[in-house]
Design a protein. Structure first.
Length: 602
């Protein structure tokens, strides 16, 4: 990666110039913001000059003089008050293109500091509707796992499904009284959700009017609802005490849900190393709370066990305080309720112990929506107090909105499950393919529609800044123009069609020689694939890679317009074909890191 190579050389130049860098000073090289002056830039000389109170331009000159970038740069220049600009030489770029074509993994170097990273994503809840948050989590988490593996980390993916909790009182009662066996066979998740929702609404003691105000229901309805609620609670207690019937129902609910989810994950090419689920930690909860109490990390408060502010932090940095008006309101994490029940936070803390002890996790990444920010602040703080040094990161994201700017729904209305979204996308891609008759067999059409449909949904997600809410638009995401999966897959298809035209007759030699500006621009972009993949992880943002691939496809199209490929000859032709092949590989590899498949024709 040129950025690291240049950083090393720049650091060496400071030493060679006899300058000792102040402690903690980092010599940073970045991709150039304006490529007219270079491909990479650094403001190290400027920043240092400020600290040393010397002339920045003179310092930059001194560093430039001591810099050894032979074979790497064709030009080093100084701009403005002391920016250093680096232009990579065509010869270096040419050997990079050769390496991308002949090497493994598009010649992206692995990280020098591999870590064991547990990625916690997807995590839907058994017999509760899967909502858009789970969809975003699934795609972002899978992409981060792919990229982290690609750059050399040891990644463990764990689907922490919600397979335990108070909802099972209602689910079990629904199972015993409302279950339709046929419907269960046809679509288990749907039927379980139906039963859960029916019981849940029958337990309601009030309803919302048009203005959204709670209005109490008539006394006889309330009495019935309260009685039902007690029945459900009874079912839950029986389950928790190990009642054989209820345990069997619970197990069956989890099994049926997982069976169906695994199919969806399979279609999407998403793999989990583990699906331990919340229930896996049941036995660890009581000892955990005892330990927290014994060590004074948790305290008893009004019968419950809580972890509260330790008062050592400024209010704005205290994870147990949130601002309400002008005042700071305490929001302790509850780890055991007054009735002895355990909570979401308790399970998460037990899960951290497990991941650290069993898997030796250096980092745990939680890909979970922004509404759970408070929960993770508290859990992360509690884990630190427990003595964990593992880096825990909440990778939050915003919501998906419908085209009307309101909550997102599918064609069928109601809930938005992952499965429904993907099926609808594939249907739409298939309909678009049917419009254009291109001599594909029905099987080929199905496979192309699969690739384009699921690719389009994933890319629409991954090309967004994860923290902003984004509008879900079928037409936009399936369009062949613009920043979409079909556009990128089509760019790949176009690179392949060149080689199809040439047939077997073509064998490329490893002697790329770049001369035309469009060739050099494309090679520069190809070389930056390494930076793009590594940068995804600096703030856990898949859109960094998506943007890179989109720019690469555009650069490739400009190159193809400016330079004849098939009609050229000799070394020129070989060079240009190498550029096409390298583009093809980087597009395929890059899309694969986003979890998107490619097709040879479309
Ligand atoms: N099941 C949870 C939900 O649907 C998400 C779990 C996220 N992971 C975790 N370790 N808390 O909201």
């Amino acid at each position: 990666m040129y950025r690291s190579l240049l950083t090393i050389q720049l650091q060496a130049a400071f030493t060679a110039a006899g300058i000792t860098l102040p402690e903690g000073f980092s010599v940073a090289v970045e991709l150039a913001s304006d490529t007219r002056f270079g491909d990479y830039q650094s403001n190290a000389a400027m920043t240092l000059a400020k600290q040393l109170k010397t002339n920045p331009r003179a310092l930059a000159e001194q560093i430039k003089g001591a810099l050894n970038v032979e074979g790497l740069c064709s030009e080093v220049s100084i701009a403005g008050p002391g920016f250093l600009n680096f232009r990579i030489s065509p010869a270096a770029l040419a050997s990079k293109v050769n390496a991308i074509v002949s090497g493994e993994a598009c010649d992206v170097a692995k990280t020098g500091a591999p870590r064991t990273v547990v990625i916690d994503f997807s995590a839907p809840n058994v017999a509760k509707p899967m909502h858009v948050g789970h969809i975003r989590s699934t795609f972002i988490g899978d992409c981060l796992a792919r990229v982290a593996r690609f750059v050399g980390h040891k990644v463990i993916t764990d689907n922490h499904i919600g397979d335990w909790g108070t909802q099972f009182g209602m689910i079990i009662h629904g199972w015993k009284t409302l279950l339709d066996q046929e419907a269960l066979k046809a679509d288990a998740i749907h039927e379980l959700v139906r039963c859960y929702k029916a019981v849940n609404s029958a337990c309601a003691v009030s309803k919302k009017d048009e203005q959204g105000n709670e209005v109490p229901l008539p006394p006889d309805v309330v009495a019935k609802a309260q009685a039902l609620h007690e029945t459900c609670k009874g079912e839950l207690v029986k389950l928790q005490q190990g009642d054989a019937d209820n345990l069997a129902i619970w197990k069956e609910c989890v099994r049926l849900t997982m069976e169906q989810l695994d199919k969806v994950y399979g279609t999407l090419g998403i793999h989990f190393d583990y699906t331990l689920g919340e229930s896996y930690f049941n036995d660890a909860l009581a000892p955990l709370v005892d330990d927290l109490l014994a060590r004074g990390i948790a305290v008893v408060s009004e019968g419950a066990v809580i972890i509260a502010s330790d008062g050592t932090k400024a209010p704005e940095n205290d994870p147990f305080l949130i601002k309400e008006g002008d005042a700071w309101k305490p929001t302790p994490a509850i780890v055991r309720k007054g009735d002895g029940g355990f909570l979401y936070a308790t399970t998460d803390l037990a899960t951290i112990n497990y991941r650290v002890n069993e898997w030796k996790a250096d980092e745990i990444w939680y890909v979970v929506g922004a509404p759970q920010a408070l929960h993770f602040r508290q859990v992360i703080d509690a884990a630190a107090r427990m003595g964990h040094t593992t880096k825990l990161i909440h990778i939050a994201f915003g919501s998906i909105l419908g085209e009307d700017g309101k909550m997102f729904k599918t064609r069928s209305g109601e809930t938005v499950g992952l499965l429904e979204v993907i099926e609808e996308a594939i249907d739409r891609a298939r309909a678009a393919a049917d419009e254009k008759e291109q001599g594909f067999t029905p099987e080929e059409k199905d496979s192309i529609a699969q690739t384009i449909g699921s690719g389009a949904v994933k890319y629409a997600e991954l090309s967004q800044n994860r923290l902003t809410d984004y509008k879900f638009s079928w037409d936009k995401m399936l369009s062949l123009k613009g920043n979409t999966a079909p556009y990128l897959i089509n760019a790949y298809v176009r690179t392949r069609s060149i080689f199809r035209k040439l047939g077997d007759s073509i064998s490329l030699t490893n002697d790329c020689a770049l001369t035309e500006p469009a060739e050099i621009t494309l090679a520069t972009k190809l070389a930056q694939f390494a930076e793009a993949t590594h940068d995804v992880l600096s703030d856990h943002r898949p859109n960094v890679l998506a943007t890179y691939l989109y720019e690469l496809a555009n650069t490739y199209h400009s190159f193809y317009e400016a330079c004849h490929v098939l009609n050229s000859e000799g070394t020129v032709r070989n060079t240009r074909l190498l550029l096409c092949e390298a583009t093809s590989r980087v597009l395929k590899q890059g899309l694969d890191l986003l979890g998107i498949k490619t097709t040879e024709r479309m």
